[in-house]
Design a protein around this ligand. Structure first.
Ligand code: FES
Length: 254
C-alpha cells in the first residue's frame, strides 16, 4: 500500500514538474486523452485539468487566478466519455481523467443586484427584495452537490428565504464566488451573490464593533503604514516570498 502510494506521488510530481518547467515527453510514463472544444489531445496522466490544458497548448489569460482553489476563477464543465452526466469542477483542483470533454467557463453572467447596505434596514426581507428568485428554490440540492467547497448551499438559501443573516453568513463564509451553483441551478437562483449580500449585512449590522479593527483602520487611514506598503510593493518576487515565510513563522510562534 505504502509503495503504491509512493509510486502515485512520484507520478504526480513527475507530471507536475513537466507541466511547469518544460516537457520532457520521454520521462512521462502514463498518458491519457482529453477533448477540448471537441479536439482530442494526448496529455500526461496525473495533471490537474488546468495543467492538462496548458500541456495541450492552451494559455490561460482568463479563467485562472490563484491556482490553489481559492479565487474561484477556473470554473469548468465536463463530461467523461460513456457517462451521460455533465459535471462541474475547479480546473486547478481537479485531476484530468481519460476521456474528459472539457469546457472552461470564463465568466458566469449571473445577475448581481445593486444596493447600498447603508440604506438598508437590518431586515431579513432584503434577500427577497434583491434576489426574488430565491423563492423559486425547489430544494433539489443541485447547488450543494455542485459546490467545489462542499458548502451546504441549499441550506443557506433556505436560511436566506427565512431572513436569517447569521446562518447565511456563517454557512457561506468559505464561498469563493466561482458561480458554479448558479450555473447548475434549475431555478436560476444566484446563490453566491445572495450569500454575499447576507455576509455584508451581517458584518455591518449583526456583529458588534471590534475595537482592534476600528483602531487598525484608523491607523491605515492616517497613513501610518504608507512607508511599509511602499517597501513591500518594491520587492522582487523572491524577496517577497522571504517576507511572507518570515511572517507566517512569526504567526505560528504567537
Ligand atoms: S485558479 Fe483560483 S480557484 Fe482555480
Amino acid at each position: 500500500m505504502e509503495e503504491k502510494r509512493r509510486d502515485l506521488m512520484e507520478e504526480i510530481a513527475e507530471a507536475n514538474s513537466s507541466a511547469s518547467s518544460g516537457i520532457d515527453d520521454k520521462k512521462i510514463k502514463h498518458w491519457i486523452h482529453i477533448y477540448v472544444l471537441g479536439k482530442q489531445y494526448k496529455v500526461p496522466a496525473s495533471l490537474t485539468i488546468m495543467q492538462a490544458l496548458e500541456y495541450a497548448g492552451y494559455r490561460f489569460n482568463k479563467s485562472v487566478g490563484c491556482r490553489a482553489g481559492f479565487c474561484g476563477a477556473c470554473s469548468t464543465m465536463y463530461r467523461v466519455e460513456g457517462d451521460y452526466k455533465i459535471k462541474t469542477a475547479l480546473a486547478c483542483q481537479t485531476m484530468a481523467e481519460d476521456g474528459m470533454y472539457l469546457v472552461q467557463i470564463p465568466f458566469s453572467p449571473a445577475v448581481k443586484a445593486k444596493y447600498d447596505i447603508n440604506n438598508e434596514p437590518y431586515d431579513g426581507n432584503v434577500f427577497l427584495k434583491y434576489y426574488p428568485e430565491l423563492a423559486r428554490c425547489v430544494s433539489c440540492n443541485t447547488c450543494t452537490k455542485t459546490c467545489p467547497q462542499d458548502l451546504q448551499v441549499m441550506d443557506y438559501v433556505q436560511a436566506a428565504i427565512k431572513g436569517d443573516f447569521q446562518k447565511v453568513a456563517e454557512w457561506s463564509f468559505d464561498c469563493i464566488q466561482c458561480g458554479l451553483c448558479a450555473v447548475r441551478c434549475p431555478a436560476e437562483i444566484v446563490q453566491y451573490h445572495a450569500a454575499q449580500l447576507g455576509r455584508r449585512m451581517y458584518g455591518k449590522y449583526g456583529l458588534s464593533e471590534e475595537p482592534n479593527i476600528v483602531k487598525r483602520v484608523e491607523e491605515i487611514m492616517s497613513g501610518k503604514f504608507e512607508e511599509e506598503f511602499k517597501k513591500v510593493m518594491s520587492l522582487q518576487k523572491d524577496e517577497l516570498e522571504k517576507v511572507y515565510v518570515k511572517q507566517q513563522n512569526e504567526r505560528e510562534i504567537y
